[in-house]
Design a protein around this ligand. Structure first.
Ligand SMILES: C[S@@+](CC[C@H](N)C(=O)[O-])C[C@H]1O[C@@H](n2cnc3c(N)ncnc32)[C@H](O)[C@@H]1O
Length: 195
């Protein structure tokens, strides 16, 4: 089984408990849009795609900020939980390639997806987000600031957190024409990238 299959299987298993945090997560993401939303284009009349939308909390925050947004996720159980919360989400794998023509969206986002993928898969995620976006790609993910509890949780999750916080920004700078980093929480950042 590949790393990506193991990773997706994990989210198939934890979709229900993950959804219990939907309201709090959406509030916390909405606060990021209030603090840093001015770094993004005016959302009025603009389309966004949220990759790895999970139960849909970041997608819901994008919608509240004014974006016409839909999501995709590779785990069927996450897609189903998003649907229960009124978030439009379809089943698709960003690493394998998404079923949309080039530049279909004004903004493409992915919240806490990049650090979970191994570097070659992450490069595919970055390339796919870049292909689909006309204007901006937004990654909401960990900054380099560490906490023991996060280190333990991420070690147990078996993603690529330690490598991502060390090398993720350099990888983004290689993949995009420009990258701005905005700290939006004690351990989280917005990586605002231009295709
Ligand atoms: C940590 S969760 C974050 C979910 C949501 N963005 C949030 O902030 O609550 C990561 C999500 O990315 C999805 N994911 C991982 N790899 C993916 C891929 N290649 N294509 C689409 N979704 C993927 C997982 O299924 C999972 O739902």
């Amino acid at each position: 089984m590949t790393h990506l299959e193991r990773h997706t299987r994990l989210f198939e298993r934890i979709a229900r408990p993950y959804s219990w945090f939907f309201a709090g997560q959406t509030r916390s993401y909405a606060a990021c849009f209030e603090a840093a939303g001015s770094a993004l284009p005016d959302p009025r009349g603009r389309r966004a795609l949220d990759i790895g939308c999970g139960t849909g909390a970041f997608t819901a925050a994008l919608k509240s900020a004014g974006w016409d947004v839909s999501g995709v996720d590779a785990a069927r159980a996450m897609v189903s939980q998003a649907g229960r919360r009124g978030v439009s989400c379809t089943l698709a794998d960003a690493v394998g390639g998404l079923p949309f023509p080039d530049k279909s969206f004004d903004l493409v986002s992915a919240a806490y997806v990049a650090h979970g993928l191994k570097a070659p898969e992450r490069a595919r995620l970055f390339a796919e987000a870049k292909r689909l976006s006309k204007e901006v790609v937004l990654f909401h993910d960990y900054s380099g600031k560490r906490r023991l509890l996060t280190d333990i949780v991420e070690y147990l999750e078996g993603g690529d957190y330690f490598n991502f916080i060390e090398n993720g920004l350099d990888e983004l700078k290689r993949a995009f024409s420009s990258v701005s980093v905005i700290e939006v929480g004690p351990q989280s950042a917005w990586y605002v990238c231009r295709p």
